[in-house]
Design a protein around this ligand. Structure first.
Ligand code: A3P
Length: 270
């Protein structure tokens, strides 16, 4: 059965609680109809920075790296603010944050496909960092994620989840569409692609590459600090980096033992 919620939005899959908005799956609880419908006109500033990812590709990692680069108070831990508030989600934060009042440079993350982002990005205003990760690790990470937090419908087996994933019936839609869409339209955007596996192999070089793209010149000491504080081990233990309390507030108590930063490993060795 199909339920139409708004002009563009259809509750397609009651099994998984997903809403399809203009061909893209979002979770119905996080859905803000008005904001998404008007997103094309969302005002983009030249110095805005967007991280774009398919879910489970290292979004939280990028949030931590950007927070460390741009906020001394985050590096020095003098301010008690989680990275999700420094680098908020574009599509999931609309009710709580007045983006227009945020000082520049504004930092955002989004899981949106290339065709749903604000028009200003397509005019090459602002910088975009697209992080991608091999789909098997993404699928595995997502399987554990949906079975850990109560807002998702749990899936019994990895085989059942793989079916959903390969049909694109997950938040973020089909992995192939997301990556291919952004890659094929790369010339329309001011975009830098970064690979999770490359970051894993050599985080220092990846941070340097990112800084070059962003035009940020970090001292050796600051760079060392960013690399150290963005390590998996550090982030897993750091409540400001792993967004633990926001996850608890928004998703409720976990259904089982588990951590958002689960394993942080890469199947592909590059
Ligand atoms: P796993 O579940 O495989 O461990 P996202 O933020 O896009 O949802 O991605 C979450 C995934 O990125 C998780 O993967 C998490 O462990 C991994 N991750 C987060 N920070 C990381 C880091 N510093 N190093 C390596 N992997 C990291």
């Amino acid at each position: 059965m199909l339920y139409v919620f708004c002009r563009y939005c259809i509750m397609e899959d009651l099994e998984t609680d997903l809403l399809k908005f203009k061909g893209f799956y979002v979770h119905h609880k996080a859905f803000d109809n008005d904001f998404l419908e008007n997103l094309d006109d969302f005002e983009i500033r030249d110095d805005d920075i967007f991280v774009v990812t398919y879910p489970k590709s290292g979004t939280i990692w990028a949030q931590q790296i950007l927070s460390l680069i741009y906020f001394e108070e985050h590096r020095k831990r003098t301010e008690n603010l989680e990275t999700i508030h420094r680098v908020p989600f574009l599509e999931y934060s609309s009710g709580h944050i007045d983006f227009g009042k945020r000082p520049s440079p504004r930092l955002f993350v989004t899981h949106l496909p290339y065709y749903l982002v604000p028009r200003g990005l397509k005019d090459k205003k602002a910088k975009i960092v697209y992080i991608y990760r091999n789909p098997k690790d993404v699928m595995c990470s997502c399987f554990h994620y949906v079975n850990t937090y109560p807002i998702f419908k749990a899936v019994d087996t990895i085989e059942a989840f793989m079916k959903q994933f390969l049909e694109g019936k997950v938040v973020g839609g089909l992995w192939f569409d997301h990556v291919r869409g952004w890659y094929e339209h790369r010339n329309n955007f001011n975009i830098q692609f970064m690979m999770y596996e490359e970051m894993k192999k050599d985080l220092r070089s990846s941070v340097l590459k990112l800084c070059k793209f962003l035009g940020e010149d970090l001292s050796e000491e600051t760079l060392d600090g960013v690399v150290k504080q963005a390590s998996f081990e550090n982030m897993k233990d750091d409540p400001l980096a792993n967004n633990e309390s926001t996850l608890y507030r928004n998703f409720g108590p976990k259904l089982r033992e588990g951590h958002f930063l689960r394993k942080g490993t890469a199947l592909w060795k590059i």
